[in-house]
Design a protein around this ligand. Structure first.
Ligand SMILES: [Zn+2]
Ligand SMILES: [Zn+2]
Length: 147
């Protein structure tokens, strides 16, 4: 996790006032990539004590709007947040347990933003989700089969 001074610098750099909830939420997203709002709330409560769900929602919105965190919507999942922003990377999602991992752009420097036909849209984001089984779940299946 980046130092608190670093987190404060990020907030100021995005023209956001430095508040304890903002620092705590930003730290939680850095520490727990792809966490959902409930998990982030749990982590923030460990740090700040009582804090309302609405506060955490509002902070996540402000941080997302400011480009400090990225909101992703994996299939069959609530929104999740990550601090790896700006590189338009993709995700691989486990069909069995829902584990999520980062996948770099399929062909290099954001070529996914250059589709064969853009239909005249000014495209600034591509959302590719790879699905399969994570190592834990695929191992489990093999073991079950052997038995
Ligand atoms: Zn899995
Ligand atoms: Zn990611």
């Amino acid at each position: 996790m980046p130092a608190v001074t670093e987190l404060e610098r990020m907030l100021r750099g995005a023209f956001l006032r430095v508040t304890r909830p903002r620092v705590a939420v930003l730290a939680a997203v850095h520490d727990h990539p792809h966490a959902d709002t409930q998990s982030i709330l749990g982590v923030v409560r460990q740090v700040l004590g009582e804090v309302s769900q609405q506060t955490v929602y509002d902070v996540l919105h402000a941080l997302t709007d400011a480009g400090l965190v990225r909101r992703i919507h994996p299939p069959d999942s609530v929104a999740r947040y990550e601090s790896r922003v700006g590189d338009n990377h993709h995700h691989v999602v486990c069909r069995a347990c829902g584990a999520i991992a980062d996948v770099d752009c399929a062909a290099g420097t954001a070529p996914c933003l250059t589709p064969a036909d853009d239909h005249g849209f000014a495209i600034d984001e591509a959302d590719v989700v790879y699905r399969g089984l994570c190592p834990d779940c695929s191992t489990e299946r093999v073991t079950t089969r052997v038995r």
